[in-house]
Design a protein around this ligand. Structure first.
Ligand SMILES: *Cc1c(COP(=O)(O)O)cnc(C)c1O
Length: 361
């Protein structure tokens, strides 16, 4: 039985000075409070609390440092023009976190407790939710192994933490297409590995390829499958879509691709608009052929941070492919406007995606 947990609230004594809303960047500034909850094998999850934002003290032998038993999530809260506070599909993030936890042998979190934690934390820091167009409050829940022991086995103790950061418009000058390097040497994940989980090691393993791409003037890498280095997986930490002859294609979830919440929302929107959308195995050759014969109309990445990130150019084994003349496509723009409109509470929400928070003063 899950006991209802009473969340303690310890308010900070001094509030931080807030940065100007036009200089927020992404994940640079953090709010006044954070949420913490502990886990032990004997007690389960206990002592949920909202406390002043502060460092975490860990034993040097804590298992997170040695064996990487950790999982994270990312979601956003929005302030509407009429002063409501909305979360975009938060249950999806909590459910995905629990799937990641399962894969990493981390105990399950109670969905209701996490939602209550989000509500109380956002209440405490509601004056941090930015209001300017394109801004939002980015929320980062994460869990990590804290047992002080060097044996390789699942930790007996964990901490679950939520921190929050006001973030600016991802593209201050409007949505800008990016140049992408198709990675042919390194891979992000393999089927049977942890590509489906939002776990730290996936990102650490991708950094060198990303830095190499940056040195050559590309902003992200497009990952191919780990066996054939031929089938498209993801772009950076986003899912990827291609519009070819009026149909939108995205790689099917095969076990090495992250099940993006933006991805599933885009599929739902396209279906609602009667635009054909197909989840299938897509090879890089297919995309290049469509690019060369003129049938590749648009390409874009999807994720919580940027929502839609149009791809203006691909480079695969020194073969460059310019898409849509390097400009944003009509459908990419329509999807971006529709989704951000729902998130900001400007458009109606036909799918019931937004969760309105009941904030206490
Ligand atoms: C988080 C993430 C995504 C996007 O997921 P959203 O739920 O849409 O934010 C895609 N790929 C990877 C590898 C990710 O970590």
């Amino acid at each position: 039985m899950v006991q209802p947990l009473e969340i303690q609230l310890e308010r900070c004594k001094v509030k931080k000075i807030k940065p100007p809303q036009n200089q927020l960047g992404f994940g640079v500034y953090f709010t006044d409070h954070m949420f913490i909850m502990d886990y032990s094998l004997e007690k389960g999850w206990y002592q949920p609390r909202v406390v002043p934002y502060q460092p975490i003290v860990l034993d040097p032998s804590a298992k997170i440092f040695h064996y990487g038993q950790t999982v994270f999530e990312g979601l956003k809260a929005y302030r509407t023009e009429d002063g409501r506070t909305l979360l975009f599909r938060p249950q999806k993030n909590i459910q995905r976190m629990n799937r990641s936890n399962e894969r990493l042998s981390i105990p399950q979190l109670n969905e209701k407790v996490v939602l209550e934690a989000l509500e109380l934390l956002i209440s405490a820091d509601q004056d941090w939710i930015p209001t300017e167009p394109g801004t939002s409050l980015y929320i980062r829940p994460f869990v990590f192994a804290v047992q002080p022991a060097l044996g390789v086995s699942p930790s007996t103790h964990y901490q679950f933490v939520i921190i929050m950061s006001p973030v600016g418009a991802y593209y201050p000058e409007g949505v800008n297409p990016v140049k992408i390097f198709v990675e042919s040497e390194f891979v992000r994940a393999v089927i049977g590995g942890v590509g489906e989980a939002k776990t730290a090691g996936n990102y650490a393993a991708g950094l060198n390829a990303q830095e190499n791409a940056k040195k050559q003037g590309y902003s992200q890498v497009l990952w191919l499958d780990g066996i054939h280095k031929r089938y498209i997986e993801e772009v950076g930490s986003m899912n990827v879509f291609f519009k070819i002859k009026g149909t939108v294609y995205t790689p099917s979830l095969n076990g090495s691709i992250l099940d993006g919440i933006t991805r599933s929302s885009i599929i739902q929107l396209l279906t609602h608009w009667n635009i054909p959308v197909v989840e299938k195995v897509i090879s890089i050759e297919e995309v290049y052929e469509a690019g060369k014969d003129g049938s590749l109309e648009e390409a874009f990445g999807t994720g919580t941070a940027a929502v839609i990130s149009p791809i203006g150019e691909l480079s695969w084994q020194d073969d460059k492919l310019v898409i849509q003349n390097g400009l944003i496509g009509e459908l990419s723009q329509r999807l971006y406007d529709a989704l951000t409109g729902i998130q900001k509470g400007v458009n109606s929400d036909p799918f019931g995606w937004m969760v309105e928070l009941d904030l206490t003063p």
